[in-house]
Design a protein around this ligand. Structure first.
Ligand code: G3P
Ligand code: MG
Length: 230
C-alpha cells in the first residue's frame, strides 16, 4: 500500500470535548479534521441520534436507554458541556459541503433498532456531502440490510477479534473494508484500526500505509502522520 493513512477523529475530538458532541465535531471540522467516526442509535420516535452507548448514563446527566426516550424527552438531558445530545440531522447539516470523510457506525450490536438502516441511509442520501460516507457496524446483518437498500455504498465490518481468512469474508460479504482493533497483514481491502492513541503504534501503521486510524486526538495524530510520511 502506498496511500496516506487517513486520520479519523474517534467520536469527534474526545481529547478536548465531550465524545460525540456538536462542540467536538464543530471544532474538528473548523480545524482541518480529515475524517470523523461517530455512532448512531434510534430514539423511541425513530430519530437517529449520535451517542456511543445504548444507555445515556455515562455521557449525560440522565439514566436509561436511548430507545426508551423520544427525542423531546432525550433533550431534557445534557452532555458534560451542558449541550444536548446531537441528532444525525444536526451533524449532517454541520458537515455538508465540507471536505471531511465520514464514518457512520450503526450501533446495532447490543440492541436492535428495526428500520434504522432505511432511516439513516435516506438522511445521508438527502445531504450534499463531499465524500461518500463509510458505513460500519459490529453487526453484520445490519450491513447486509444496508447493502440490500443501497448496494453501491461502502460497508465495513467492525470487530475486536482477529479475522480468520479475511479475503474470503470480504468477498462473501461484499465488504469495502475491515475496521479492526489490531492490525492484520492479510486484509485485501481498506483496513482501518481503532483506537490508536499511542504514537509508536501510530507510526508503525502510518509506515504500513493502512487506509485509516481512529484516534481520540486527531490533532496530534495528523501532525505525527505528516512528519512520518512527509
Ligand atoms: O469505529 C471504530 C470504533 O468506534 C469502534 O468501537 O466501541 O468505539 O464504537 P467503539
Ligand atoms: Mg464507534
Amino acid at each position: 500500500m502506498t496511500g496516506k493513512t487517513l486520520v479519523f477523529g474517534h467520536r469527534g475530538y474526545p481529547e478536548k470535548f465531550p465524545e460525540n458532541s456538536m462542540a467536538g465535531f464543530t471544532y474538528a471540522v473548523e480545524h482541518g479534521i480529515e475524517g470523523i467516526e461517530f455512532d448512531v442509535h434510534l430514539t423511541k420516535d425513530l430519530v437517529p441520534i449520535i451517542m456511543h452507548d445504548e444507555r445515556i448514563n455515562r455521557t449525560t446527566d440522565g439514566r436509561g436507554r436511548i430507545m426508551d426516550y423520544t427525542l423531546a424527552e432525550l433533550r431534557q438531558f445534557h452532555l458534560a458541556n451542558q449541550a444536548s445530545v446531537p441528532t444525525l440531522a444536526e451533524f449532517l447539516q454541520l458537515v455538508s459541503h465540507r471536505d471531511v470523510q465520514l464514518n457512520l457506525e450503526l450501533k446495532t450490536d447490543k440492541l436492535q433498532y428495526p428500520g434504522i438502516e432505511k432511516i439513516v441511509l435516506a438522511m445521508v442520501h438527502a445531504t450534499p456531502l463531499e465524500h461518500p460516507v463509510i458505513f460500519s457496524s459490529f453487526h453484520l446483518p445490519t450491513l447486509k440490510r444496508c447493502q440490500a437498500l443501497a448496494p453501491d455504498e461502502s460497508y465495513c465490518w467492525l470487530t475486536d477479534k482477529p479475522v480468520v481468512n479475511a479475503a474470503a469474508l470480504v468477498e462473501n460479504e461484499h465488504l469495502a473494508g475491515l475496521h479492526l482493533s489490531q492490525y492484520q497483514d492479510d486484509v485485501p481491502v481498506a483496513e482501518r484500526i481503532w483506537t490508536v492513541d499511542d504514537p509508536q503504534l501510530a507510526q508503525q501503521l502510518f509506515e504500513k500505509h493502512i487506509a485509516g486510524i481512529f484516534t481520540d486526538d486527531f490533532v496530534t495524530m495528523t501532525a505525527l502522520r505528516d512528519r512520518v510520511l512527509k
